[in-house]
Design a protein around this ligand. Structure first.
Ligand code: BGP
Length: 460
């Protein structure tokens, strides 16, 4: 083997409740913002397909876990649907949800697959959103209670917990760029939402360490987009540094170092965007940092200095400080419109080693969304060589990072099977397995056979 990974390396894939479970209105589940948005504005979603149409993991988890085992998974990330477990977001537990998650967790463990569980993957209970969502402090408390319940119910078997998946996405999508509910454009509210999310994270970390989950770890999943300047001239460097502050360090610093970067505070302050805080918050953040960090990596960010000054009367946007830069000759996933830059994963891990105490980490998502994959069928199998290349090239850089001392423990593909995505529904397919939406039949792609070999050999 040319690329051998450390012993007990985590091979697996990642999913989220809303994207795979289905059964959106079944067994007492409460509504979340996606159910609601789809009901009220279905045509915002690709081909008008909403979160009730999924691969139906809710009823097929046993079959799926067998497939995971077949392709050599030793770990699997799923999320709990808050509104399934606690339909109103606070108060009564839904007993059907408790048994569903118990069954899934037990089934995974019986098959030697360690469950990694995310508490919040974009799916705010509607009831709480109606009260103000992450803009109000009471929702932080409701979340902390929910986290406490989850540790109590499942912490005897689940040892890897994640407070949030990509907490910046609901901020950008919901409060700046109009691609998540409640789709408003308001930087002040965005800053408040971002801040409360981090406070909720710290409170959940504290609750976890106070709970009796023996030998467990808790962390957060961040989508890190390394920021590369067009050139080394000071204006480009500044643009890149500020993009990094907004899109990476705004969550990475408080989650891992327990404090916000001063330069970010200064910018927010200058524009009247500082969030409302409470006494004791600073100490709370400092004392409750993540034990482990999941890194979702899809694409880098390339930036250059602003060409035209922003209109000061337009609503504040992070992009007041930089322009995106389309580097000539860059490699693209043309389906998703995202650049492919494999070395990015190495740069991220080096940064964590140098500047973030070499925190224990893993690649919690990386993957390639492709449209109309049926075109690539030969002998009834999707020949997704592009996906195999994509994974392999990222793994090579990850391997190099590990050899150089980065504390990386595993690699999870997004995703196990084709799944429903926020607004894009089934447009881009990501899975090792394709899913026929009518029959729900799962079929392995070529990459499923490939990853099986890689996981079994612990390298390639
Ligand atoms: C990440 C999310 C996932 C997933 C993935 C693919 O940001 O954590 O939920 O959807 O991206 O992106 P998309 O589905 O938008 O193509």
């Amino acid at each position: 083997l040319q690329y051998k990974f450390p012993e007990n390396f985590w091979w697996g894939s990642a999913t989220s409740a809303t994207q795979i479970e289905g059964a959106a209105n079944e067994d007492g589940k409460g509504k979340n913002i996606w159910d609601h948005w789809y009901e009220t504005e279905p045509n915002r979603f690709y081909e008008n397909i909403g979160p009730e149409t999924t691969s139906d993991f809710y009823h097929r988890y046993k079959e799926d876990i067998q497939l995971m085992k077949d392709i050599g998974h030793n770990t699997f990330r799923m999320s709990i649907s808050w509104a399934r477990l606690i339909p109103d977001g606070r108060g009564e537990l839904n007993p059907a949800a408790v048994s569903f998650y118990n069954n899934v967790i037990d089934e995974l463990i019986t098959n030697d697959i360690e469950p990694f569980v995310t508490l919040f993957h974009f799916d705010m209970p509607l009831e709480l959103q109606n009260q103000g969502g992450w803009e109000i402090r009471a929702v932080v408390d409701a979340y902390t209670e929910y986290a406490r319940e989850a540790f109590r119910l499942f912490g005897d078997r689940v040892k890897k917990w994640f407070t949030f998946n990509e907490p910046i996405v609901p901020v950008e999508g919901g409060y700046l760029y109009d691609f998540h509910y409640p789709n408003v454009v308001d930087a002040r509210r965005a800053a408040q939402v971002a801040y409360h999310t981090m406070i909720a994270h710290a409170k959940a970390v504290r609750a976890f360490h106070e709970s009796n989950v023996a030998d467990g770890k808790i962390g957060i999943i961040l989508n890190l987009t390394p920021s590369y300047p067009r050139s080394q001239n000071p204006a480009d460097l500044r643009a890149s540094r500020i993009a990094d502050l907004f899109f990476n360090r705004s969550f990475l610093d408080p989650a891992v170092l327990g404090e916000y970067p001063q330069e970010l505070i200064d910018i927010l302050n200058e524009h009247g965007l500082l969030p409302v805080t409470e006494r004791g918050d600073r100490e709370l953040l400092k004392a409750n940092t993540a034990d482990i960090l999941g890194v979702n990596y899809y694409q880098p960010r390339r930036v250059k200095a602003k060409e035209y000054l922003p209109n000061p009367y337009s609503p504040f946007m992070p992009d007041w400080f930089f322009d995106n830069y389309e580097m000539p000759g860059r490699k693209m996933n043309k389906y998703r419109g995202w650049e492919i830059y494999e070395k990015g994963i190495y740069d991220i891990m080096q940064n964590l080693k140098e500047n973030y105490g070499n925190i224990e980490s893993f690649v919690s998502e990386n993957g390639m969304g492709v449209q109309d994959e049926e075109r690539f069928v030969v002998d009834k199998e999707i020949q997704d060589d592009y996906r195999i290349d994509f994974i392999r090239e990222h793994l090579k850089w990850l391997h190099k990072a590990i050899e150089e001392g980065c504390n990386v423990k595993g690699y999870h593909l997004w995703s196990f099977m084709d799944n429903w995505s926020w607004m894009n529904a089934y447009k881009n397919r990501y899975g090792f397995f394709s899913v026929d939406l009518r029959t729900k039949q799962r079929t392995p792609k070529k990459s499923a056979h490939w990853i099986k070999e890689v996981s079994q050999n612990n390298g390639f």
